[in-house]
Ligand binder design. Structure first.
Ligand SMILES: *Cc1c(COP(=O)(O)O)cnc(C)c1O
Length: 438
């Protein structure tokens, strides 16, 4: 696909093409940031209006029963479960990824302490230095509470860091800043061989790459629904626990929505059987209803080949982007932070910039290049590196979502990038002012 025409030709015939029309994508925008905030499904506005006007406005409190509000978090969990290799009754959409991580990491730490009669105590939780910060902050807090050491590693240090003094391994399946994807089956096997429990964050994996939690024999997982699942800003996240662990421990945020007999109004806590105990307080019905419209698109995608088709297109899109950047933007100091190996790559491509010149001390220029692209309607994002204090460089990040991204979009995005670099327009002062959200 070395011409725009060739890309357009592929777009005409590829099996997922009909799904793009289910999204309300603004004119003149090439959206390569669905890994950060998925776009608006066309069905969402009407659904939210109906929930507000009919279910809430007319149904009032009766809608907890009549509109099925009370079990919506589990119904959505069951609807999405096959996409992450989970069974019905194993997934619930609730709270945020950060909060759910707190619940499952607490459970994993407790379970590790109860379950194994280890000769020596397990004193460590392991994660990656480049894991998403909120995951590390939650882990840091729990390690303080439980008197454990949080050890941060680079991916190459797996599996040598997995030793019998480790309680839990906390990893993102796909890394947010590099797009590197772990082999979940292999890593989980290596961890279990040392009696280490695994907690997987699927924020950049769910709906983006094939995930089979039960086949991997994973222990706990959480994930985000406003990224690849297109549930809307701040949409409720999900939590999964392997059936062998679910009933062993009640997670620490023991609220009434996780109670076995919620409306018995008992003064003591009895955890509900199964995944329901991972809920805490009253669930956000308007947000969950919006999320359902995002999940419905995945149900629709089943008709067009499901995850096999999504993954095939995702790999083709990321391959094409890499190839075009390397051929058409050569000589401008761009580097590739994402693995070339498709078995180690998520659905995003991250570029570095090593020029070092920048403007007004802005370093790599990566931020300004992203801003110049956004001004042209090509929306990706920038993730800050460690400013030379460690191995992480500034990143230009582009997400490729096969539900709506076309090969034509890849071609045009790279052409804009080439023009931004060639003209030097990224050096304009307006592209070098740092916004609150990057
Ligand atoms: C996006 C993301 C989150 C977001 O957590 P919130 O609680 O929704 O803010 C967490 N972890 C990872 C790995 C992410 O990519």
């Amino acid at each position: 696909m070395t011409t725009l025409e060739a890309c357009r030709d592929v777009d005409q015939h590829e099996p997922l093409a009909p799904l793009r029309h289910l999204f309300d994508l603004p004119e003149g925008v090439i959206y390569l940031d669905g890994n950060s905030l998925g776009p608006l499904p066309k069905a969402t506005a009407a659904r939210v209006t109906d929930v507000v006007q009919r279910e809430w406005g007319q149904g009032l409190i009766r809608s907890w029963n009549d509109a099925g509000w009370i079990d919506l978090p589990q119904r959505l969990g069951d609807q999405f479960a096959p996409w992450i290799g989970a069974k019905p009754g194993e997934v619930v959409f609730t709270d945020t990824t950060s909060v759910n991580l707190y619940k499952v990491l607490s459970a994993a730490i407790r379970l590790s302490q109860q379950e194994f009669s280890d000769p020596a105590p397990r004193t460590k939780v392991i994660s990656e230095r480049s894991n998403f910060p909120t995951d590390l902050y939650i882990a840091e807090s729990l390690c303080k509470q439980h008197n454990l050491e949080l050890v941060l590693i680079e991916p190459e240090e797996l599996p040598t860091c997995l030793t019998t003094d480790v309680a839990v391994l906390l990893l993102s399946h796909v890394n947010y800043r590099t797009g590197h994807m772990h082999d979940m089956n292999q890593v989980t096997r290596d961890a279990h061989a040392q009696g280490v429990l695994t907690v997987w964050d699927l924020a950049h994996a769910a709906g983006a790459v094939p995930v089979d939690l039960n086949a991997a024999n994973a222990d706990y997982a959480v994930g985000c629904s406003y990224k690849y699942l297109n549930g809307g800003p701040g949409a409720p996240a999900f939590v999964w626990v392997h059936a062998r662990h679910t009933d062993k421990f009640w997670q620490p945020l023991s609220g009434w929505f996780g109670h076995a007999e919620q409306f018995a109004f008992n003064s003591d806590y009895q955890p509900a059987p199964g995944i329901r105990r991972y809920m805490c307080g009253t669930q956000p019905m308007i947000a969950l209803s919006a999320l359902q419209c995002g999940l419905d698109i995945f149900s629709e995608a089943e008709k067009y080949g499901g995850m096999t088709a999504l993954r095939r297109k995702s790999v083709a899109l990321t391959d094409l982007f890499i190839e075009l950047v390397e051929t058409r933007c050569a000589g401008y100091g761009l580097g590739l932070a994402t693995p070339r190996d498709i078995f180690a790559r998520g659905s995003q491509v991250c570029l570095t910039r090593d020029d070092g010149a920048g403007v007004d001390g802005q370093g790599s220029g990566a931020y300004a290049i992203v801003q110049a692209l956004i001004a042209r309607g090509v929306i990706g994002d920038f993730r800050k590196g460690d400013g030379g204090n460690g191995p992480h460089k500034d990143i230009l990040r582009f997400g490729f979502t096969p539900l709506y991204t076309r090969f034509e979009d890849v071609w045009n995005a790279v052409e804009h990038l080439r023009q931004v670099l060639e003209s030097g327009e990224w050096q304009k002062p307006e592209f070098n002012r740092i916004n609150a959200v990057t």
